[in-house]
Structure formats: C-alpha cells, structure tokens
Design a protein around this ligand. Structure first.
Ligand code: UD1
Ligand code: UDP
Length: 370
C-alpha cells in the first residue's frame, strides 16, 4: 500500500511524527513517502530535526507575511504534481490548516483516497477559529476515512452525515508525540537549555503562546496588556516563545518588551517547549496542541479565545475559556495564582485527548482497508 503523508506547519509535523515512525517500523506492507508544503519553514524544520524526518518532497512555499491565497494557490499546484507523480493509495492529512484542506482537495481532484487525522473537531463558528473551522469541515467532506481523537469528535461527524463505519475513535497523536518527547527531557535541568539562563525558576512560571488569526489587532493587544498587568504583580516569571508571524510579533514586542520578568524568546524546539511546559505553573494559550498536551502534565490552561473546539478539557475542568478581554484574563490568572484550592481543582493529570497509542491504532486500521 502506497501512503503519502502531507503536512506543512509545526503542529501538523508534531502530530504526524509518531505516525510516520509507526509506519516506518512496520513490516514491508507499506511504501511511505513524506511531502511537506513548508507552509512554515523554521518552525517546521525544528520538528523535522527532532523527530529525524527527512521529507521526500519539500514544496518550500512559505513567504514572509503570506496570506491565505498565497498558501492555497502554491500548495495546490505543488501537491498536484507530487500526487500525480507518486500516485499513492492514500493521502494522510492532519488537523485543520490550509495545507490540510488543500491537500485533501488535490487528492480528491486526482481521485486519491484521503484519511483525515484529528477529524471531527468543531467550534460551530465559521469565523473562529478562522480559517481553521472551515478547513476542518471541508476536509471532512473530502475525506474517505476519519480518525477522530474523541467520542465527541465522532458525534460531530455523525451529525454531518459521515457514515459511522468510516469513523474510528483513536485518541490524538499529539499525546503519542508528547510521551515520546517526555522520555527524552524529564531528567533535564534548566542549565541544559541555553535559552532559559535568565529565567528565575524559583518563581511561578506563566507560559504564554498565541497565534490565532481571528485575534489579530485589538484582541491581541488586550491579551498583551493583560500579560503585562499579571507580570507587574511581581509574583511570577512570564515566558513567552513568540510565534514568527509578523502579526503576532508586532504587538507582542511593542507592548511586552523591556519588562524584567517577561521573557520574550524565539519559538522553542519541541523538547525545550515540553520541558518548559512541565516546569510551568500556569499556561495562557490559544494553541490547539498545547490545550491537548497540558492536561497530561497536570498544568491548568487559560484559553485566550472566545471559543474552543477542544471542549473535553473544559468539561474535565483542566482548562477554562477566558476570552480576550484584558480584565477577564487578569482576573482568572490572579485567582489561580492566589487560591490554592481553585488551582488544585484544575491541576489534575487527567487527559481526555488520548493515551499515547493513537498512531498504533491508526496503522492497524489502515492496514485492514483496501
Ligand atoms: C498556521 C495555520 C494555523 C496553525 C498555525 C500553527 C493556516 C491558515 N494557519 O498559522 O491553523 O494553528 O499555523 O502555528 O493554515 N513564519 C515564519 N516562519 C515559520 C512560520 C511562520 O517566518 O516557520 C511567519 C511567516 O511570515 C508566515 C507567517 O508567519 O508568512 C504566517 O504563517 P501561516 O502559516 O500563514 O500562519 P500561522 O499563523 O503560522
Ligand atoms: N510548540 C513548540 N514550541 C513552541 C511553542 C509550541 O514546539 O515554542 C509546540 C507545542 O508543544 C504543540 C504545538 O507546538 O505541540 C502547537 O503549535 P501551535 O500552537 O503553533 O499550533 P496549534 O496547535 O494551535 O495549531
């Protein structure tokens, strides 16, 4: 069976890596090729290096400050060529990026079957996350097999008319990646990471990440002003690996640069980030992947968005959606910094997103389909 893995960004690479590894170590029944659009460049390469993945095809499409048309058009053209030359039996795409959707569309046009990893997440709001909610919906309807991370995701797919026999609940491969990485970093110390030399780990660490397109402009400025106010209480060290998107970097650097206890650093390679998550007291993020990973480490998450498609963490009590208003973010963060009981209720190592064995399940299922 010929399988083509396609991805383009940091989170897709992290979530595909354990699956690629699983297929490469399986017996000779699969012919595997990896194609990256490189919708992300540096942030993708960090992941490829850590997981030792060498793509067979690299479309290298990233441009500074690219827009959705740039990604869609260049990726579609490049993927068409790879698919029509290699003629896979299955194209595997992951998640909800523009690479994901365009890959599924190209495969559909070329009459190649698509398996969608992390299928069925929904916010039910086409403007948030933008454009990811529509990328997911469209990818679902272009796909032939749907690997849902949770039962809730399966239910979303059933409601949209996806046949039940095409849906498999397997868990999220992000947890497989996390467990693979944890074994390599758990016994490391701050001194093992050059980037962290100026951080005072005797204080409570607040880890921040953010990149959502729907938050660009005013909401992002509000988030930054909230972070500044939390840092000014002097109780904490804020560590913020800043996403390379210029729309993120501009407000972050304008509002947060220069404070002694706010550490604005470059995007971290995956093992450094996982180590830092494990050292942190609290995480403020709009990231999908981080929402999934944090519960395995018992770290409470404040989701700095108005909606989340990852409601399992909210239901389990390990995450709260706090929106993008300055006051709300400050209030929730200060509550968790000062009320031990409220903190302990959230800091539970219960992970509703997976058990670390999703990739093995996907391989087993794919090896039985024709
Ligand atoms: C993309 C995905 C989003 C995903 C996120 C993960 C789309 C439309 N968006 O958003 O779903 O959650 O990745 O981080 O698919 N840049 C670099 N180097 C890099 C990466 C980005 O310089 O390695 C800069 C470039 O200027 C680039 C810009 O960031 O043009 C935006 O990248 P893009 O992939 O369009 O959007 P993201 O916000 O990263
Ligand atoms: N991550 C990383 N380095 C960083 C920040 C995040 O390796 O500096 C990892 C994180 O552990 C998670 C993934 O990147 O697995 C999340 O990526 P991002 O937030 O960019 O995208 P999303 O998950 O929101 O699509």
């Amino acid at each position: 069976m010929k399988i083509l893995f396609l991805f383009g960004t940091r989170p897709e690479a992290i979530k595909m890596a354990p699956l690629i590894r699983e297929f490469l170590t399986a017996s000779g029944e699969f012919d595997i090729k990896v194609c990256v659009t490189a919708q992300h460049r540096e942030m993708l390469d960090q992941v490829l290096r850590f997981f030792e993945i060498k793509p067979d095809f690299d479309l290298n499409i990233m441009k500074p400050d690219q827009n959705l048309f740039d990604i869609t058009l260049t990726a579609l053209e490049g993927i068409k060529k790879v698919i029509s030359d290699y003629r896979p039996d299955w194209l595997l795409v992951q998640g909800d990026t523009t690479t994901t959707f365009v890959g599924a569309l190209a495969a559909f046009y070329e009459r190649v079957k698509v398996a969608h990893i992390e299928a069925g997440l929904r916010s039910f709001n086409k403007d948030a996350p933008f454009p990811e909610e529509m990328n997911r919906v469209l990818t679902t309807h272009l796909s032939d097999l749907h690997f849902a991370p949770t039962l809730k995701a399966k239910e979303n797919l059933l409601r949209e008319g996806v046949p039940e026999e095409k849906i498999f609940v397997v868990g999220n491969t992000s947890i497989d990646a996390l467990f693979l990485c944890l074994t390599k970093v758990l016994n490391k110390n701050a001194e093992d990471f050059k980037t962290f030399h100026s951080i005072d780990f005797n204080k409570k660490i607040i880890l921040v990440t953010g990149h959502r397109r729907e938050s660009f402009g005013k909401p992002f400025e509000n988030i930054c002003r909230a972070i500044k106010a939390i840092a000014e209480t002097n109780q904490v060290e804020v560590v913020y690996p800043v996403h390379l998107n210029p729309n993120v970097r501009r407000p972050v650097l304008k509002i947060l640069r220069g404070l002694y206890n706010i550490h604005l650093i470059e995007p971290l390679d995956y093992p450094s980030f996982v180590w830092l998550m494990n050292q942190s007291y609290l995480i403020l993020t709009d990231s999908g992947g981080v929402q999934e990973e944090a519960p395995s480490l018992g770290k409470p998450v404040l989701v700095i968005r108005d909606v989340t498609e990852r409601t399992e963490g909210i239901d389990a009590g390990t995450a709260r959606v706090v929106g993008t208003s300055r006051e709300e973010i400050i209030q929730h963060a200060l509550e968790l910094l000062t009320h031990q009981e409220a903190y302990d209720r959230m800091a539970r190592a219960v992970n509703p997103y997976g058990d670390g064995n999703a990739s093995g399940r996907i391989l087993q299922i794919l090896s039985k389909v024709s």
